[in-house]
Design a protein around this ligand. Sequence first.
Ligand SMILES: [Zn+2]
Length: 391
Amino acid sequence: MSWPTSTAMPPTARTPAPADWMPNSFRVTNGGISRVSTAAPAPGGPGAAADPWFPSTLAGSDSAVNSNAVDEPNQQGLNAAGNLPGAAPRAAPIYAWLERLAVLHAGLVDVVRGGRSFEGRPIKGVRLFPGKDKPRLFIEAGMHAQEWITTSTACWLIHRVLQADEADAAPWSGLARAFEWHVFPNVNPDGYEYSFKTERAWRKTRSKGLVCYGVDGNRNWAYGWNPGNSTTRHPCARNFPGRAPFCEAETRGLSEYVRSLAPGARLRLYVSLHSSKQMILFPWGCSREHSADHEELMEIGQRAASALERVHGTKFQVGPIASTIYMAPGNSVDWVYAAGVKYAFAMELRNPVKPEQYVSASAIEATGEETFAAIITMLEEVASRSSRCGK
Ligand SMILES: [Zn+2]
């Protein structure tokens, strides 16, 4: 018996994607998407430890990529590549990697721009699996600069979904490819870099105010912004919403990009990544009132949390932002939901061992694996609900 031989070799050696590690598996048949397996993966199962990609590419051993990381090590103990011990990549290597993906996966990956930061860095993301009439998924990470794991996780998600595509073996890859993905791993690059170079716990943008730097990017969106126009909010506060909605270049640019994706029509699912309270959240953050879609969003969130838990046993709480974590007026998910994207979620990723300190390669992998399970489940829910008559 002979197997057909592929004439197209992948440009670099990669680990084949495991076929059945996901709790929910999917196959596209006659244009429809159906669940084909409910086998639970083993924790740390196939594909987890064998994949050397992330740390080797982004955290120091790939000199071609990391030649962009030129900052001097400082007293925080950054290594020569500008990273803490661990695997969190700097902004420039991330962007270099995105550009490289677009070359390696021509036709499947485009680098896209959601404006420019206050200090002039481009807000880069990728579009995966572009298609004329495909529904769209949007993932943003790094709005809060110190939440490094969110940026690393978004990169891992990009890597994972492309890896599955190459191997063409993962049962969920059909579902993934049915959507056009827009992923922005680092939407606050100024703050992110500042959190490496100067202040590890920095959260805000780096715009220059009269007395303090920065605005909380997740309080600056133009829905329910700064209720009562509170003038008591101090500009040095960590959750300072800014002097006006969308006064920040980062939120303005990103929101314009989101608007261009036809929210509510083609843009069907939005996920904002934060860390690290282990929650799946949905509108509203500006009010304790239930949204019109409360029950449905709760149901999807709980299914996503169950899928996530099946990967490594991590338990996530599910509920509206305001009553589950705290009031957060002016957050991106509220704005996106109000703009017509019914399926709008924020995820507070798993709690690391040392919050805000190290982001190890194994932490990125474990977080990535379970987050991916949740997002694939959300995609399945959105796809199946979209195809229901009358919905
Ligand atoms: Zn956050």
